[in-house]
Write a protein that binds this ligand. Structure first.
Ligand code: HEC
Ligand code: HEC
Length: 289
């Protein structure tokens, strides 16, 4: 102990180490710190005995309690799945009306429908089902093929103009320009008339000339006032919602050489319980009839 002297400036004991005249002071860690450290060591030893801790070559130390987070997860999954199965069985057996009549089933179906929608439908209809040009918005109350639960269910199940499904929704608009049913001037006039019934800015004399052509060629499918006809999938033209564009040029292009939307039939890929849930979800988005 003779070499441990007291440093004269700080009054602290030195460790006795000295380099080039610089002496090391002995300032130990505070007691509370050391004690906390010992407690963590003891806790760690206890943990290693009770729980899985050390990796071995092909296994690991399982610990006295034999705990495994994977086993716990699978146990939870089994419980969750059996709870889900109860609902899925009920949805399978229930009609669409019965599902929406039961708050519990409705809630389960909407949640299931939402996740199936995210996986299968968002590439075309958008994350919020808001649609895109050529892909209809499913949140509004404007339905090309009908907005009742049953209509939506059939649309999803059999698709639209999907040639591999016999029951697919099918219809077509004649190519009035390409097939020379109407000439360019007539098409321009009818397009002006379509804009007039939609309340859009238009050339009034052209629209008046186009009225007769509209009644003769278009009203059978789109209705006398452009209200649309769901049996034929003919969209309403008198409203503010446009599938292929509302400019005079876009309307004239549709009359000349129409575009036709195609949606696959989902009965091939999804089971009926999921299609029912999708119908309930889409119907719940706000525009269901
Ligand atoms: C045989 C039925 C039928 C006739 C006749 C018909 N259409 Fe259509 N029309 C449709 C269908 C079906 C669609 C929807 C195409 C789709 O869903 O892709 C459509 C779509 C349209 C659209 C696009 C609507 C939008 O929201 O972008 C316009 C515009 C239109 N028709 C105008 C006319 C005009 C004008 C005439 C008369 C010259 C006419 N149609 C005659 C069936 C018809
Ligand atoms: C490959 C693109 C595509 C995918 C994926 C798709 N759809 Fe569609 N969907 C369309 C098109 C295009 C139309 C409009 C067809 C037409 O009438 O012209 C449509 C129309 C609809 C309609 C009818 C809307 C109305 O106004 O009547 C519903 C309902 C619908 N889709 C639901 C779904 C659901 C649910 C899914 C997922 C299971 C889905 N769609 C996936 C392209 C798609």
């Amino acid at each position: 102990m003779a070499d441990k002297e007291i440093d004269e400036f700080s009054g602290t004991e030195t460790t006795g180490h000295e380099w080039d005249g610089i002496k090391e002071l002995n300032t130990p860690m505070p007691r509370w710190w050391i004690n906390t450290f010992y407690i963590t060591v003891i806790w760690a030893i206890g943990y290693m005995i009770l729980y899985p801790a050390w990796p071995l070559i092909s296994d690991y130390t399982h610990g006295y309690l034999g705990y495994s987070s994977r086993a716990e997860l699978s146990a939870e999954m089994v419980v969750a799945r059996s709870e889900q199965q109860v609902f899925l069985d009920q949805i399978n057996a229930a009609s669409l009306e019965e599902i929406t009549a039961s708050p519990e089933l409705q809630q389960f179906a909407t949640a299931g429908g939402r996740s199936a929608f995210l996986v299968n439908c968002t590439p075309c209809h958008g994350l919020g089902a808001q649609g895109a040009p050529g892909y209809p918005n499913l949140n509004d109350d404007d339905w090309i093929w009908g907005g009742t639960l049953e209509d939506i269910y059939l649309t999803i199940k059999h698709g639209i103009r999907f040639t591999e499904d016999w029951d697919t929704r099918d219809s077509g608009m004649p190519a009035f320009g390409r097939d020379e049913i109407l000439d360019r001037a007539e098409i321009t006039d009818i397009a002006a008339h379509v804009r007039s019934i939609a309340g859009l800015e238009h050339d009034a004399s052209a629209a008046a000339r186009g009225a007769l052509g509209f009644a003769d060629n278009c009203a059978a499918c789109h209705g006398d006032n452009g209200e649309g006809l769901q049996e034929l999938g003919a969209p309403a033209l008198g409203d503010a919602i446009w599938f292929y564009g509302k400019s005079a040029e876009e309307i004239a292009a549709q009359i000349t050489n129409p575009k036709h939307g195609v949606m696959p039939a989902w009965a091939e890929r999804l089971d009926d319980t999921i299609i029912k849930q999708l119908a309930v979800y889409v119907h719940s988005l706000g525009g269901g009839e």
